[in-house]
Each structure stands twice: as C-alpha cells, then as structure tokens.
Write a protein that binds this ligand. Structure first.
Ligand code: QAP
Ligand code: CO
Length: 178
C-alpha cells in the first residue's frame, strides 16, 4: 500500500490518451490498491490511473458514504446515455474548484473487472456522473474543458496562487523539510 502523488491541472501529463489495459496480474492489483488508498486519503469518490501518472485505462470509484463500496472499472465504455443534467463537479486534480458541467443522469456501461472478466451494468445520478468524469480522464479530458475560457483561466490562476501559498507555509514551518 503506497500513497501516490496526484497530478494537478494544468499538468500536461493529464492530457494523454490512455491505451487499453491488458495485463491482469499482481501489478494491476497493486495499482488498484494504491489508487483506493490515495483516493480515500484525499477524500475523493473517483480516481483514474492517469491522475497518479500511470497512463492506462483503470478507474477506481466509491460513491458510498461509508467508503465501503469499491468499484474497479478497466477499459470502460459507455454504451447508452440519456437524460442530460447539470452537475456541480470537482476533481482531485483541480483541488478547491467546483463548476456545473453537463452530463447524463443515466448510463449503461461495459467494463472489465480486476480479473479481466467483462461485465455490463447501469448507473444513475452521482455514480453515472462519476463514471463519465473518470472516462474523460482516460481520454485526456478534464471538467474544466467544458467551461468558458474565463472560468478556466480563473481556476488556473487560483491553483498557481494555492501552490505558492502552500510552499510559503512549508517554509514558515520548517525551512529544512520540503
Ligand atoms: C469526480 O471527484 C466527480 O476539490 C471525482 O478539494 C466529482 O473525487 C464525479 C475532491 C463530482 C462526480 C461528481 C475535490 C476532494 C474530490 C476537491 C472527486 C477537493 C478534495 C473530487
Ligand atoms: Co477528476
């Protein structure tokens, strides 16, 4: 179990189109368990492998309150979508910023589990939106891409400020520990 570092917008590594995942071995189990650990630690409900700089089509999700309903989606594909909605979204790669994005309230999807077995299921509301958000990551897309240039640059500047501020705090606390 290892906590991994999450890449932050506008890091270009988040822009990669991730290839299908085709090795269902112990390395995959380690990746998935590190993703859950990192996601829970950062208070997230969804994480894609590319957010921890692993360019492959692997997603972890847990939208339950008790954080006891782990979902792993490998090579997921949306096969049906209906009922457009506006959903207030955030992202672990865009910490502290939330904006409304148009999504679908119902989807049917296909994916493989951690053993490579294909399955099909439906999802609605928060889970449906989360799956759409995470699949976007696998294609190098972020929720900020749906926003106006003005909102996008406001978020970019805000994140730069945030980074400067947090390194400032670290310096004040102890100049020898990075
Ligand atoms: C994607 O997002 C999502 O800004 C997952 O400071 C978001 O887990 C799907 C988070 C909304 C559906 C609806 C964001 C944690 C977590 C932050 C997340 C933050 C701390 C975001
Ligand atoms: Co995200």
């Amino acid at each position: 179990m290892t906590l991994r570092t999450i890449l932050h917008y506008p890091d270009n590594r988040l822009r990669q189109k991730c290839p299908n995942h085709d090795l269902f071995n112990d390395d995959l189990k380690t990746l998935v368990s590190d993703m859950f650990e990192t996601m829970y630690f950062e208070k997230g409900i969804g994480l894609s492998a590319i957010q921890i700089n692993v360019a492959t089509r692997v997603i972890t999700i847990d939208v339950s309150k008790e954080q006891d309903n782990q979902m792993v989606l490998i090579n997921p594909i949306i096969i049906e979508k209906k009922d457009p909605i506006l959903f207030d979204e955030g992202c672990l790669s865009v910490p502290g910023f939330y904006e409304k994005v148009e999504r679908y309230n119902y989807i049917r999807y296909q994916a493989q589990d951690v053993n490579g077995k294909e399955f099909e299921d439906e999802a609605s509301e928060l889970l449906a939106v989360c799956i759409q958000h995470e699949i976007d990551h696998l294609d190098g897309k972020l929720f900020v891409d749906y926003l106006s240039d003005m909102k996008k640059s406001k978020i970019e500047k805000g994140l730069v400020k945030q980074k400067q501020h947090s390194t400032q705090i670290k310096r004040t606390v102890n100049p020898y520990i990075k």
